[in-house]
Design a protein around this ligand. Structure first.
Ligand SMILES: NC(=O)c1ccc[n+]([C@@H]2O[C@H](COP(=O)([O-])OP(=O)(O)OC[C@H]3O[C@@H](n4cnc5c(N)ncnc54)[C@H](OP(=O)(O)O)[C@@H]3O)[C@@H](O)[C@H]2O)c1
Length: 317
């Protein structure tokens, strides 16, 4: 059997249910993977919050679920259990990371073979399952902000899933905003931490008297936007992964899948190899904050929505 965690309606995490179904079969160009760890991301609870889609709970599918309900789980790692007839280079039993993927909140998931990369032996399951979405987003954001040798970059939300990746992947001087409790971790990863909140611009100036060349906004607050605009001389070097009307009006680079945003598909796809290599070599740390059994996905989402320690939340089927 295959347990799948799905929202049964739009709303808060209590709408999540565990549905049982048959194990999926591989398409000719695809694989089936037994999920060992699925990364949890804020997009997962946003998808059924009603924020992106019109609420359509009245139209039910055959299982009695609202027909427009999204599947959850956009990254995972696991073991290949079936390989489609046309697939070469992937075998049953391979330990893999799967990204991009949909529906990874499950015991088994299907994916095109092109989404599969080998899991480095030295990388734990939770870390492997939580590497790709934040890692590829961080690479895209740093690229969009034009971060390169000699720069000082300001990372807003440096202790979050994406922020921790950006801090490590920047390869330049990083000033990172975070709650005080996460400053020690950011220092360990080579960044200069500063607290967000009133007076942020002054604290960043003190931390980086040489000035700030670029900003990566993973926080989405008005403060992050205002301070970026105040400190970064070239507006084209501010990239945000969280859209907002003020950001759109300011004309800064908006990255993601919404209207007018740059999805960076090619950059993100190409980043996967480098991320796996670096994480496998111990040169990129995937910080896992907490793990939860698959059936406790709702609890994981409650913890995520409330704000939590630094790093990722992960589901373990
Ligand atoms: N566009 C894309 O492609 C894309 C991809 C991935 C994520 N996202 C979005 O980007 C955002 C961050 O994602 P994530 O996975 O990194 O989330 P996360 O792991 O939940 O991290 C959230 C971060 O926000 C920080 N934060 C909380 N309140 C803040 C404030 N008032 N000012 C500044 N920072 C504050 C937290 O810092 P402390 O814990 O230290 O307080 C933490 O670092 C989410 O909105 C997510 O949906 C977009």
């Amino acid at each position: 059997m295959n347990r799948i965690v799905k929202p049964t309606a739009y709303g808060t995490p209590d709408v999540l249910a565990v549905i049982e179904g048959p194990e999926p079969r591989a398409a000719a160009d695809g694989v089936v993977v037994a999920v060992r760890a699925a990364g949890v991301n804020p997009i997962d609870w946003k998808l059924y919050s009603g924020a992106f889609h019109a609420v359509d709970d009245d139209h039910k599918d055959a299982a009695g679920l609202a027909a427009s309900m999204p599947t959850l789980g956009l990254e995972c790692a696991g073991v290949v259990t079936e390989v489609g007839a046309d697939v070469t280079g992937v075998r049953v039993g391979d330990e893999v990371i799967v990204y991009p993927v949909t529906g990874a909140y499950a015991d088994y998931v299907t994916a095109p073979a092109t989404s599969v990369v080998p899991k480095p032996a030295g990388l734990g399951w939770a870390e492997a399952g939580a590497l790709m979405l934040t890692g590829t987003t961080a690479v895209h954001a740093l690229r969009a902000a034009g971060v390169g040798a000699g720069d000082t970059v300001l990372v807003h939300g440096g202790s979050g899933g994406v922020g921790l990746m950006a801090v490590q992947l920047a390869g330049v001087t990083v000033v990172a905003t975070a709650a005080e409790r996460n400053h020690g971790l950011l220092r360990e990863l080579g960044a200069i931490p500063v607290a967000y909140g009133p007076g942020l611009a002054e604290r960043v100036r003190a931390a980086a008297p040489q000035g700030v060349d670029a900003a990566v906004d993973c926080a989405g607050t008005d403060e992050a936007l205002d301070v970026s605009l105040e400190l970064v001389a070239d507006q084209a070097r501010i990239a945000s992964i969280t859209g907002s009307p003020r950001r759109a009006e300011a004309g800064i680079k908006l990255l993601g899948y919404g209207p007018g945003q740059d999805a960076g598909t090619a950059v993100r796809e190409a980043a996967r190899g480098e991320l796996v290599e670096r994480a496998g070599a111990g040169a990129l740390r995937v910080v896992v904050d907490m793990t939860f059994p698959l059936a406790e996905a709702a609890k994981a989402h409650e913890v995520g929505m409330a704000g939590h320690g630094a790093g990722k939340l992960v589901l373990i089927p």
